[in-house]
Design a protein around this ligand. Structure first.
Ligand code: NDP
Length: 507
């Protein structure tokens, strides 16, 4: 691993998708504009969105096809302007209507038939219905799509109908079960793609390859050699325009139920039987089932929750959480959570898994740190084993994706001195000039077109995550003294570090 390393040949496991249609509900919204359309355009430029494929935006805002294309041309995609943009815009059209009105879905159905037959009909393999809208609307939209016959597949499953859902997947265990029942009334699990965009990031996908396509890590990937595992998602931004949503949700629901527990499962799971979606998702579920639930009387000892107060981020003064627009005065919603968990299985018995995420912290940084045990004995007297820094494998997820392995090594020079040497690899260093890292949504949309659910969350995993987290949320809600109190940290600071150290986080 070094910045100058290059690929020695690549082995590609995937094919390019055939023509399909992507229907985006909430097509006037933030996610569509900032993520989905740029990702689809990028796939188009890479030759991974078939030129016969079509994109149909759907929302309430009245707009003609031309007005919608103009919004893309001069707004969301303006910065990505290139000779291919006009060709891409030809694939896009727009239908507006009311989500509760059956006629809206009938018109969408007619539009889909029209655009597909105008593109040459026959070869279309399927349709993706992407629900980029507030999740409260899922229960209204899915039954309407079903009633209009838009979700029906033939017995062979071709052409397929996939529905993509964005988080949050419920609010607690009961609401997640309820949502699940409603979805399964109209869809099979094979048709449901629950997005966790963290799983589309390069380094996260690389975790599987790092662990299971190399021999050197797996023998030491266990309690015999690993001292602790830390998974952290730190953001310097606050709640931005989503304050209303966040104040009802809180950080535990927003980040742990999906991203952090999914990352933990990928780091700690057993080798899957194969690389197909269910083999991997079976192992992730098994791992989450091995997570020791935190008993109510230990919540205060294993979980820290805090909220940011006014401070400065990168030298710019920012308000405290309670002063943000759309946040209830005196809100008790947590904006930072740290947690110590244990996996009760043969491999990980006794190893702490330290999970942490927060908003308005000093810097944006998401990483996984595998901290290995110290050497058992020092042969370098007078240095003791405790003087030798333990090895660490640091997997950086964002802002720059890469990994580094920290080793003890001799410092150059005539004397015997040692220090920590870092074998550092950054993904950016192996991209060709002008090439960008693909956005996670590119990868996930591509997988959805290819019918690969590996990076999407299965219903049983979500329910297991809620089983683990709901008792914590309920204890906080009750104001249970054993659940600990809400702490505060200034915006732009490293967070509630003293409390986190008590959980076992390294300084
Ligand atoms: P928006 O709040 O921007 O809503 C998307 C669109 O849905 C709006 O343009 C609006 O379109 C329609 N809409 C909004 N509220 C209602 C309502 N009450 N009734 C009917 N239609 C409504 O959401 P985002 O784009 O930010 O997010 C979409 C989904 O993605 C959500 O589930 C969110 O949790 C998730 N998500 C978003 C992220 C982001 O960065 N934005 C990141 C991760 C997940 P119109 O009025 O034209 O119908």
């Amino acid at each position: 691993m070094s910045d100058t390393s290059r690929w020695r040949g690549s082995l590609c496991l995937e094919v390019n998708p055939l023509p399909n249609t992507i229907i985006i509900f909430g097509a006037s919204g933030d996610l569509t504009g900032r993520k989905l359309l740029p990702a689809l355009f990028s796939l188009f430029r890479r030759g991974l969105l078939h030129e016969k494929s079509r994109i149909v935006g759907c929302a309430r805002t009245p707009m003609t096809d031309d007005a919608y294309r103009e919004r893309l041309r001069t707004g969301w995609l303006a910065e990505l302007r290139s000779p291919e943009l006009e060709r891409f815009l030809e694939l896009v059209s727009y239908v507006h209507g009311d989500y509760g009105d059956a006629d809206f879905y009938a018109r969408i159905g007619r539009r889909l038939d029209e655009v597909e037959s105008a593109a040459g009909g026959g070869g279309f393999t399927g349709r993706i219905f992407y629900l980029a809208m507030p999740p409260e609307l899922y229960s209204a939209v899915v039954p309407q799509l079903a009633a209009a016959g838009l979700l029906t597949e033939s017995a062979s499953g071709l052409p397929w109908r996939h529905v993509v859902l964005e988080k949050p997947f419920g609010h607690d265990l009961d609401s997640a079960r309820q949502l699940d029942r409603e979805l399964h009334r109209h869809l099979t699990e094979r048709q449901i793609y629950r997005i966790d965009h963290y799983l589309g990031k390069e380094t996260v996908q690389n975790l599987m390859i790092l662990r299971f396509a190399n021999t050197i890590f797996e023998p030491v990937w266990n309690a015999g050699f690993v001292d602790s595992v830390e998974i952290s998602i730190a953001e310097s931004v606050g709640v931005e325009h989503r304050a209303g949503y966040f104040d009802r949700t809180g950080l535990l629901r927003d980040m742990f139920q999906n991203h952090l527990l999914e990352l933990l499962a990928l780091v700690a799971m057993e080798p899957p039987a194969g690389s197909d979606a269910d083999s991997i998702r079976d192992e992730k579920l098994k791992l989450l089932r091995s997570l020791r639930p935190i008993p109510p009387d230990a919540i205060g000892r294993q979980v820290v929750r805090a909220q940011y107060t006014a401070g400065a981020v990168n030298g710019i003064a920012v308000p405290g959480y309670r002063e943000e627009r759309d946040v209830a005065p005196g809100s008790e919603t947590e904006t930072c959570v740290a947690m110590r968990l244990y996996v009760d299985n043969w491999r990980w018995r006794g190893v702490p898994f330290l999970l942490r995420s927060g908003k308005r912290l000093a810097a944006k940084s998401s990483r996984i740190i595998i901290r290995f045990k110290p050497v058992p004995h020092s042969v370098f007297a007078p240095l003791t084993a405790a003087d030798l820094a333990p090895n660490r494998l640091v997997i950086d997820i964002q802002p720059s994706e890469g990994m580094r392995l920290e080793l003890q090594a001799k410092e150059p020079g005539p004397k015997l001195c040692m220090g920590t040497l870092s074998l550092d690899f950054k993904y950016a260093s192996i991209l060709d000039d002008g090439q960008n890292m693909p956005d996670a949504y590119e990868r996930l949309l591509l997988d959805c077109m290819l019918g690969d659910q590996t990076l999407f969350i299965r219903s049983d995993t979500i329910l297991r995550a809620w089983e683990l987290l709901t008792p914590i949320l309920e204890a906080w809600q009750r104001g249970d003294p054993a659940a600990g109190e809400l702490l505060f940290y200034p915006a732009g600071s490293p967070g509630p570090v003293a409390a986190e150290r008590k959980l076992g986080f390294a300084p």
